[in-house]
Design a protein around this ligand. Sequence first.
Ligand SMILES: Nc1ncnc2c1ncn2[C@@H]1O[C@H](COP(=O)(O)OP(=O)(O)OP(=O)(O)O)[C@@H](O)[C@H]1O
Length: 590
Amino acid sequence: MSATDNMIPAPAVRSKPLVIRHLPYFIGAAIVVTLAARMQFDGYVHNILMQATTFSIAVFGLSVVLGLCGQINLAQAAFFGFGAYAVGIGTTDLHLSFWLCLVAGCAIALLAGAFLGASTLRLGGHYLAMVTISFQQIVTLVMINAIWLTHGPDGVPNIGRPALFQTSQSYLAFCVAMLAIVGYLVWHLPDTKLGRAMRAVRDNELAAGVNGIDVFRTKVYAFAVCAALGGLAGGLFAGGFAYVSPDQFSFAESIVFLTMSLLGGVASPIGSVIGTGLLILIPEWLRFLKSVPGLYLAIYGLFVILIIRFMPDGIWGFVADAFTRWRAHTKAPAAAAALQLKPATTGGDIVLEVTGLSKHFGGLKAVDGVDIAVKRGGVHALIGPNGSGKTTTLNVLSGLYKATAGKIVLDGTDITNMAPHQRTAAGLGRTFQNIRLFRSMTALENVEIGAERPGNTMIGKGEDALTERAMEALTFVGLGNRANELISSFSYGHQRLIEIARALASNPTLLLLDEPAAGLNSTEKLELHELLKRIAAQGLTILIIDHDMTLVSEAAQHITVLNFGRRIADGESMAVLRHPDVVSAYLGSE
Ligand SMILES: Nc1ncnc2c1ncn2[C@@H]1O[C@H](COP(=O)(O)OP(=O)(O)OP(=O)(O)O)[C@@H](O)[C@H]1O
């Protein structure tokens, strides 16, 4: 019988199909598109709407790369320019179809974004910002100087539109429809597997990696999507204004896009539209102040500073946060079935075999030639005084550190040289000494990421199955009734339980627990002990590090002891705890 045969029946209540749930959005979007097609705007209002619509799509890109994935992109105007010039040059000089040029512009931007991302995203932080600024400057220089291609500073006039949308009015309606479609996709992205991976990477890269997410690839995807949206927006912009020139795609424009994104709320397409609309409209509203030199810019700047100061997550971020908190207290989570753990049993009696493992930091031998054999089923403890190399060992096991020497075999598979997410896919689950949860997410969303582990045989297809599995794991640790609350509303002890639930939801073959009792009070420690018993009762093997000798001696059947990075004892718990070397090294000699 396969593991999937043992799956728990799903709770009776299933959510409605997405299209039905989001029907109000589509009806609203259809009304707005109809209004855009029917209402008569003067040229000035029309231009503002066209600019706001196309800029919003470019800012959607930033909401993906920066808002969802936490990676800075200061070259969005360059990608916008790729799309604009593809349509400009394609429809005028090459006499190609608008549609072909639009698709080509998106593709060029996507490829450039993927290339830039793949070559620089390992840098992160300030370096990434610097590289994207340089890229932006190079693109601007090419636009100005490659006159044979771009027409240089004169720009490209008389850009064509599709035959279907020749009039300004119909073209605007088409752009608004594109805004609605792309906006819907970006709005829905955080609830997809890729979107959850991006949010996990943004919140905590280490935890994302050990929960089975390929961090680097996720970042490259985010960057490529951002660039493609920039290209699409630029192509639409070119058709709308029928003219493009290099100054429209400068570094200053990239900063404008970024400000729009931050002002409205970087994590949501609604924020993108709000920020874009405001930043385009505020200068128009303050136009009457232009007679007093400097006053207009001072008020404009003050307005932006005040919003960012008092709403650090932007206008929509502020509203959405309040809504999430309200919903957590009003929307009761669905009841969940009992969690089943069905750890894989492909290898022999030994689940984890570590031989000659070493990790040196320069001259410091944090782990030095350690052997550990963890038997299938039950609890194996790794103990030792402070600084003896326990956490380093766990970090090498889960791939956060590369081993200096030695071999690690998990359930018959050599995982020594695998990346963290590949080890997770191979069946490793872990928690951290310093809790590493995804802090912008709810408890349920955190555990869903664990449940999504590649190779998890205990989960069916689709979002409902994912939610059910996560609810089961949360209910197993006693927090099912608080599934929709944000991490910040949980006590330290409960956050530890959520981390354990996240690992359990992935149905690992081996669970590594790094000091799970640290920071817990005596009642919470008792609850943890009970939890460990219930986990072990389902046949899941646990390798635990902890300083609480009562917990270790009662929970673990087997103990390995480290001191100064070397193994000094190994065997059945009671015998090891009485071993003279252990007593003197770890518990004190008297
Ligand atoms: N990234 C690192 N760079 C340099 N030295 C490190 C690093 N990580 C750990 N060490 C050193 O390796 C040794 C072992 O540390 P480790 O955290 O593994 O010990 P531990 O047994 O888990 O201690 P504790 O019980 O206090 O958590 C220590 O001397 C520590 O300072």
